[in-house]
Every structure is written in C-alpha cells, then in structure tokens.
Ligand binder design. Structure first.
Ligand code: SAM
Ligand code: SF4
Length: 330
C-alpha cells in the first residue's frame, strides 16, 4: 500500500475534516459576533465528495478521522454521513469535535456506530461566563450532553480554550471534574485570531503559565503516557479518575511528531493548521480527477509538509494567520 510520508520522515495517518463552516455559537476567540463570511452552500464539499476523499486517504494509510467544523451537527444529515464513514474498514477511529449543544438526542446512535471519542468544547462551568464567551445561552444543553456522554461508551475529552480575563480562574475547577468523572480535560492555548484579524488578549496564557498555575495548586501530579503524535501533554492528579492535558496550539512545541492533515469545509487541503491551504481539492475533484489522480496529488503534497507551524506560517501567500478556526476546522 502506498503511504503518505513527508520529507521529514513523518507518516500521515490522521485527517481532520471540517464538514461545515457554519455554527450555532459565536465563541469570541473563533468568530466575530456579527458579519462572519459564510460561503455559499455549493462551495461546501458534499457528503459524497467527503466520503470519497476519506476513502482514498484511508487507502493511503489514514486510519483516524476527526469530524469538526464549524459545528458538525448543524449540517443536515451529519449523523447519516457518520454512519456511512463507519463502514470504511480501514478506519480504526472516528472522532468528533463538537460544542455539544445539538447532540444530546444523537448519543445512542453514535454509540452504535464506530465512533470512538467525542471532544466536547466547554470553556466555562458558569452559565453567565459561558454566555459571555459563546454569545449563546446554551450552557444547560451542553452540560446535559456532558452528563449523557459520561454515562455512554464513548470516550470523552473536554476542550477548554484558556482566555485571559474570562476563565483562567476556572482551571482548577475543571481539573476537579476529573476527581470523580472519567474525563480528560484539555486546556488549549488561545490562538488570537477569530476571522476578523487579531483579537486583543490582555495577558498571554501559554503552556508554561497554565502548567505553572496547576502545579502550584496540586502536590501530586504525574505524567500520563500519551501517543507519540498526541496534541497534548497529559497528566493526572494522583487518585483522580480522569486526567488533564495542555495543548500548545499556539507555541507549537508538538510539531515534530505531527501525523495530521486537514481538509476545510470548502475543500482546501492543508498540511498544517498554520498554512493557508496548499491546494483546492474540491476544484480538482469537480474537474473530474480520478481516485488515482487524487492519490498521486496527496502523496506529492504531503511530501512537502513543512517541518513545523512557524515555517508553515512564514510560507503563507496570504499574510499572517487571521482566519477563523471554524473555517480551518479546529
Ligand atoms: N464547533 C466545534 C467545537 O467548538 O468544538 C468544532 C469546531 S471548533 C473550531 C474546534 C475547536 O477549536 C474547539 O475546541 C474550539 O474551542 C477550538 N478553537 C476555535 N478557535 C480557537 C482559537 N482561536 N484558539 C484556540 N482554540 C480554538
Ligand atoms: Fe462554533 Fe466551535 Fe467556533 Fe465556538 S469554537 S464558534 S462552537 S466553531
């Protein structure tokens, strides 16, 4: 089987696929309150196209897919699409990243499919603060999803973006959730761009600062062994059921072991979160590319994957990163 290898010796086995650029929330670090540019529906990859791309990539060694967005559950028939993907025998893991406001009714169905884990994004455990961050009052729905997922067979991870002036005082509260709940809480460094250029951040909360706060609170933290290509460095408080991790999304200290590629909702292929899209897969497919044409292009393109996110950012044709994660597929 041909494989996707880059010139730094990394093998690509993980696709992050954004199924839509739309979202039911307006998180301040991701989207502006008003005026987000939503693309025309026909500019989005169809499910058929996404299915085909996933299949071709899986024949090149991609065995893990994360479905993200935008909010994947706002796209009509997303659950049916998941079902079709779960018939692909090459895929060992199918995971979803969601804000959780629309999924409570689907958890039973997800359990029956080949879905392994849900990453639930929740940045505050306080309804008022949650509203300030997301600009939508859906905290009770998201907590309902949290509780249902805890009871389910699905692995549960929480994504918490650490935002100066909003939730840095809740870091310990989030870790306390892991005392009795079998959940992995991951704190994400904020990337200060939300689709309208730079967001003003009062104080930078990077990996070291987040870890420093946690380490000075708990006496008994130990490292948890993680996959080589894990995006987070993981720990647990001794005796607690769950674990926690920190994702150095912005300081980018995890690039050496990167095994990921991304495809945006409009079909841009990205070798790195910080590049500006290395080719337009949608146009390529719609002009009649065969599966073999696609394979050849994937192999060639992955070979050029930049060594790290700083190099990817420096090579952008369109200047500094400013686009929303909802279009990149965070
Ligand atoms: N709507 C879904 C959700 O919120 O989980 C999936 C898409 S969202 C873009 C994926 C992840 O990216 C979320 O955990 C979100 O918190 C994170 N994210 C979005 N913008 C970010 C930013 N500027 N910095 C750090 N993380 C960000
Ligand atoms: Fe929507 Fe997720 Fe972006 Fe929040 S982080 S606005 S939920 S896409």
């Amino acid at each position: 089987m041909d494989k996707l290898l880059d010139k730094h010796g990394r093998q690509i086995s993980y696709l992050r696929l954004a199924v839509t650029d739309r979202c039911n929330l307006r998180c301040q670090y991701c989207m502006p309150e008003k005026g987000i540019d939503i693309v025309d529906r026909k500019e989005l990859l169809s499910y058929k196209e996404m299915y085909r791309i996933s299949r071709v990539l899986s024949e090149l060694g991609v065995d893990k897919i994360r479905l993200t967005g935008g909010e994947p559950f706002v796209r009509k028939d997303f659950v049916k699409f998941l079902e079709s993907l779960s018939f692909n025998q090459y895929l060992k893991e199918i995971n979803i990243t969601t804000n959780g406001a629309l999924i409570a009714n689907h958890i039973d169905e997800l359990e029956k499919m080949k879905i392994n884990a849900v990453n639930l994004s929740i940045d505050s455990l306080d309804r008022k603060k949650f509203f300030e961050i997301t600009r939508r009052d859906v905290f009770p729905k998201v907590m309902d999803t949290y509780n249902q997922l805890l009871q389910s067979e699905l692995k549960l991870k929480l994504n918490v973006v650490i935002q100066s002036g909003f939730n840095t005082d809740e870091i310990i509260d989030f870790i306390e959730l892991t005392k009795n709940d079998k959940v992995s809480v991951r704190f994400i460094e904020e990337m200060p761009f939300n689709g309208k250029g730079l967001r003003q951040v009062k104080e930078v909360w990077n990996y070291n600062k987040i870890f420093g706060k946690i380490n000075s609170h708990f006496d008994t933290i130990s490292s948890v062994l993680s996959d080589k290509s894990s995006t987070s460095k993981n720990f647990k408080v001794d005796g607690y059921k769950g674990s926690f991790g920190i994702i150095p999304a912005f300081t980018r200290t995890i690039c050496n072991d990167c095994n990921r590629i991304r495809i945006t909702a409009t079909g841009l292929f990205k070798n790195c979160l910080f590049d500006d899209g290395v080719f337009n897969l949608k146009e390529f497919i719609r002009k009649g590319a065969s599966d073999d044409d696609m394979k050849e292009l994937f192999i060639k393109t992955v070979h050029k994957k930049p060594k790290n996110g700083f190099i990817a950012e420096a090579n952008r044709a369109s200047g500094n990163v400013s686009e929303s994660m909802s279009t990149i597929g965070g």
